[in-house]
Design a protein. Structure first.
Length: 483
């Protein structure tokens, strides 16, 4: 690993996708790298080699300059050693990890292998994996040493062993993944090390995470009756991508009052806000809209970090294009956090797509309010144009602002009956799960974010198309002449 200049190593900075490929390909792979072309970006040779060797398979980073999280780093190492795709082994290992049920389907084999082989271990006293956290340069250096030791002893193979070392009895009489010799766990600052006594369980996690909005406290796990007694009648109830419905509140004042609650069987299982007046506890400290990532785990520059409780999970979303300032929070009971329709195990209805599209409107307006832009009005013509384009991309398997038949956004809006336009714009996305995830992705992209926050727009519509493992999202903005 090279320094960052000025003789500095900068151990707490995050490691990007391109940087990690470079670390491994320079030293732990015999692949032949292409020659560097001064007219290209420095990492092009590494990206090409990573694609050729399968090192980047299943990583899904937003860009080569995006910091890798722990899930993604595990996937890269799994690809390098050609780890085992053994579902029984993966299930056994993940069952031993406190947050193993939260591991996304696509990373199950990688996390199970990396954890059991001791390449990446727990981040807190309980041994939670915390896969959404970014990896720092110091951690990446430690991981590299473990991986080098592993390869020296076992090599890359098709049937990697469960991990070196003798198995030790677990608390339930089973076995825990063996430790990798000569290494120490990496610990989130502020949490106890694994060789120190864990703090007493106060039961706070079991009682549900509290989200404060405009001075009122809402708790995951509260009853629907208590929710509406505190917040009033919801402005809108929306079908959702999951076994719950979104109750939307505070749309008359997105900046100070907006939040949404996922409700099922008379109980709140999710809480979401993107307005300026929310507050939530994270690792023992209150976090509010505009908080910066400094002081969170490792002082890292993360777009998303997650704290796992005993029964719930809290995810903070940061705006990388505004100094990594906090702009959205989602607290949820773990089993409702993410449904992997992309793995073919979940299907959605037209009503659920419409509900998530309406939630996109509210997230857009709350984000606009935070940055001083006026809210947009839901427009049926824009919604129709957006939905038809999303369905067209899904049906014909393409991804473009221009339709397969050559029509532009303006053509589609006019065909939907908008009238004479003075301004129009569009964001599209593919492969995401629901309104929260796709909105976070658009905010992470400078161009999409700029489009979303433009003052010149007054009207909005969104459409979602999901078929099997394919999902396409479209949000359309426009203003009529004279508005």
């Amino acid at each position: 690993m090279n320094g960052v200049g000025g003789g500095l190593f900068d151990p707490e900075s995050s490691v990007t996708e391109a940087q990690f490929y470079a670390m491994l390909l320079r030293t732990l792979s015999d692949v032949s790298l292409g020659s560097y072309d001064p007219g290209t970006v420095w990492y092009d040779v590494y990206l090409a080699a990573a694609a050729e060797t399968g090192l980047s398979d299943g990583v899904y980073a937003l860009s080569p300059d995006t910091p890798l999280n722990r899930f993604q780093m595990a996937q890269v190492m799994f690809n390098l050693v050609r780890g085992p795709r053994d579902e029984e082994h993966a299930a056994e290992v993940l069952a031993l990890i406190p947050d193993g049920t939260a591991v996304p389907e696509g990373y199950r084999y990688a996390v199970a292998f990396a954890y059991s082989a001791g390449l990446i271990r727990g981040m807190d006293a309980a041994g939670s994996f915390l896969g959404d956290l970014p990896m720092t340069r110091a951690q990446a250096a430690a991981v590299w040493c473990r991986l080098a030791d592993y390869l020296a002893e076992f090599g890359a193979n098709d049937e990697a062993p469960d991990g070196p070392g003798a198995e030790e009895p677990g608390p339930d009489g089973g076995t825990t993944p063996p430790a990798f010799p000569g290494t120490e766990d990496l610990i989130v600052p502020g949490n106890p090390r694994r060789d120190e006594p864990a703090p007493a369980d106060t039961g706070e996690n079991l009682s549900g995470k509290v989200l404060t909005v405009n001075g009122s406290n809402y708790r995951v796990g509260m009853t629907e009756e208590d929710l509406t007694a505190l917040a009033g009648k919801p402005d809108e109830i929306l079908e959702a991508f999951g076994d719950y419905r979104w109750y939307v509140f505070g749309t008359g004042d997105y900046e100070r009052s907006f939040f949404a609650a996922g409700v099922t069987e008379g109980r709140v299982v999710l809480l979401l806000s993107a307005g300026k007046a929310f507050s939530v506890d994270y690792l023992g400290a209150p976090q509010t809209w505009g908080s910066t990532v400094g002081g969170l785990p490792h002082g890292s520059q993360a777009e998303k970090v997650t704290e796992e409780g005993a029964a719930d999970s809290t995810t903070l979303f940061f705006d990388r294009n505004n100094g990594y300032a906090l702009f959205m929070v989602l607290a949820a009971e773990k089993q409702y956090l993410r449904i992997p329709f992309y793995a073919g195990t979940f299907s959605v209805t037209a009503e659920e797509c419409e509900g998530e599209a309406r939630l996109i409107l509210h997230l857009v307006n709350a984000t606009r309010a935070g940055y001083g832009a006026a809210p947009l009005a839901w427009d049926p013509a824009a919604a129709e144009a957006a939905l038809l384009h999303a369905e067209d991309m899904t049906r014909l398997n393409y991804f473009s602002h221009d339709s397969a038949d050559g029509r532009t956004l303006k053509d589609r809006l006019l065909a939907a009956g908008t009238g004479t336009l003075s301004a129009w714009g569009e964001n599209i996305a593919s492969g995401h799960w629901g309104a929260v995830e796709v909105h976070a992705a658009w905010i992470a992209s400078s161009g999409h974010r700029e489009n979303l926050l433009k003052d010149c727009y007054t009207r909005f519509g969104a459409g979602i198309s999901v078929s099997g493992t394919v999902s396409n999202y479209v949000e359309d903005f426009y203003t009529l002449m004279g508005e």
